[in-house]
Design a protein around this ligand. Structure first.
Ligand code: ZN
Length: 501
């Protein structure tokens, strides 16, 4: 195995394309029947009916709101919406598919899926969107061992998910760097969150398959990746694997590979199906659905504020920097948190800084990205602030205390480390001032440093005046509003004075 260094992806002809599946969690019911849209926390096979189980004699009835949501996603990604859409049967035999076919969309005979030919800019780059289609999710296979493990001696099937509405976003193979893929996926997540069509924090609601080829070689598809971070890792691994193979003149096979999360490798799962293997044919039980210009413009009017629009508003209205606004809107939860805090106390710059530069240090990096593991236990929504007892009221009060000069920023930082653990208001912590004694040498050193800069003449006298150290101590205490630990401070001052000679 060749280990790759970071940034070692500059290999000619890397082509990465993505297929992103987003569940339309905002709906009431499944795509073609009236079973619940939210299948989490229900007894296995307790959310099924003859339609989603594909029993003979049943007819699918298309969910109108699902079409609207898919239309919104398409518009947000700059896709063209055709005048009419149809559904196709994609035939394959697998236990998670009760009907032996999946109802999906297909571009053929001059009819396209609900969105075609879009694009999304991320940073300085743009990726083209080939198509967006509306389809149904299959059921869930639960392996005896818990994870995805083909060595399990038995497998359980839960059809509660079968028939849930999915929007599939298919990109052109425009990515050349796995790092860009992660940025792009986060961007898509923020968009569907802002549209309100998908709660990306809900487990299994966003899933991503990636296909990759290098130097015009065969395309390998990577499936079953547990998070966006893992997508990046899996792609890096695949680049290294394919690169090594081509160095040794071994042909890369067109195949589907699973990402082994524990071993951090991809492994072959099956030879890749060709399109003809699916025997697509039009679904005879759903007539062609006419959309048209009027329909599209009515959807356009209903569209909520998109991330880029929100960012522009943050810059114009709150006078935040481009960077800070971007960080906030990249995660809807964060942007919402900010706006709630600003409603409580209108000090947008101070509050935004606290959220972006301080609070984010305590959030779990893994949680800022959607969990896309569909195999593990459902019914867990992960929040950006999971494990932290923080709400907008506390950050707003922190800003108030700073603005009124009751505390300085260093003290506020210490208060923050406590309130995220206890859930108290900053003022409550402040009432117990002794708790606030600053014992952190780095923070005290900063204060000592600025006193030394301000008191140059006193320091020049230091050799002749034994009281200078105490004088400086007084200044540091004043600066830290009496909270610096005097013993540590005096030691730091003495060491620094000694060092001057
Ligand atoms: Zn049903």
């Amino acid at each position: 195995m060749v280990l790759m260094k970071q940034g070692d992806n500059e290999y000619p002809g890397i082509k990465i394309g993505l297929e992103i599946h987003c569940q339309l969690t905002g709906l009431q019911s499944k795509l073609f029947c009236s079973c619940f849209c939210n299948y989490h926390g229900l007894e296995p096979n307790g959310n099924i009916c003859p339609i989603c189980c594909g029993l003979p004699g049943t007819l699918p009835l298309l969910n109108k709101t699902a079409v609207e949501s898919a239309c919104m996603v398409s518009l947000a990604l700059d896709c063209k919406i055709p005048d009419n859409i149809t559904f196709y049967r994609k035939n394959y035999f697998y236990p998670d598919l009760p009907k032996n076919f999946q109802l999906t969309q297909y571009n053929a005979y001059g009819i396209t899926s609900i969105g075609v030919g879009g694009s999304l800019k991320y940073g300085e780059k743009t990726s083209r969107i080939r198509r967006i289609q509306l389809e149904e999710d299959p059921g869930r296979l639960v392996y005896e061992s818990g994870g995805i493990d083909f060595s399990s001696s038995y497998t359980l099937i839960d059809y509660n998910r079968a028939g849930i509405s999915l929007v599939e976003i298919v990109t052109e193979p425009d990515f050349t760097d796995p790092k860009d893929v992660r940025v792009f996926l986060n961007k898509i997540t923020s968009i569907i969150e802002h549209l309100g069509v998908c709660n990306t924090k809900r487990q299994g609601s966003v899933r991503c398959d990636a296909n990759i080829s290098i130097q015009g070689g065969k395309r390998v598809e990577i499936k079953n990746v547990g998070s966006f971070k893992e997508v990046e890792k899996a792609l890096n691994y695949e680049i290294a694997r394919q690169k090594t193979m081509s160095m040794h003149d071994i042909k890369v096979l067109a195949e589907t590979r699973d990402w082994d999360d524990a071993r951090k490798v991809t492994k072959q799962s099956r030879a890749k199906e060709e399109e003809q293997d699916y025997r697509y044919f039009p679904e005879p039980d759903i007539p062609t659905i006419l959309l048209g210009e009027e329909y599209v413009s009515s959807i356009r009017k209903k569209m909520p504020e998109l991330p880029y629009e929100r960012k522009n508003r943050f810059i114009a209205y709150y006078e935040l920097s481009d960077h800070i606004s971007q960080v906030l809107i990249d995660n809807k939860e964060l942007a919402d948190f900010f706006e709630s805090a600003v409603k409580i106390y209108s000090s947008p710059k101070e509050i935004a800084n606290w959220i972006v530069t301080e609070l984010l240090r305590y959030t779990d990096d893994d949680i800022t990205e959607a969990k896309i593991d569909s195999s593990s236990i459902p019914n867990q929504s992960s929040s950006l602030f999971a494990g932290l007892k923080i709400d907008p009221n506390q950050i707003a009060e922190l800003a108030i205390l700073i603005d009124r000069n009751t505390i300085n920023r260093n003290t506020a930082k210490i208060i923050l480390t406590q309130i995220i653990k206890t859930g108290e208001m900053p003022s409550q912590v402040l009432a117990r001032t002794d708790v606030l004694k600053i014992e952190d040498k780095i923070i005290i050193s900063e204060a000592v440093e600025s006193v030394f800069k301000a008191e140059k003449s006193a320091i020049r006298d230091a050799k002749n005046n034994p009281n200078v150290a105490n004088f400086l101590l007084g200044k540091v205490m004043k600066l830290t509003k009496g909270r610096a630990d005097p013993k540590i401070t005096l030691n730091l001052i003495k060491t620094k004075l000694d060092g001057l000679d």
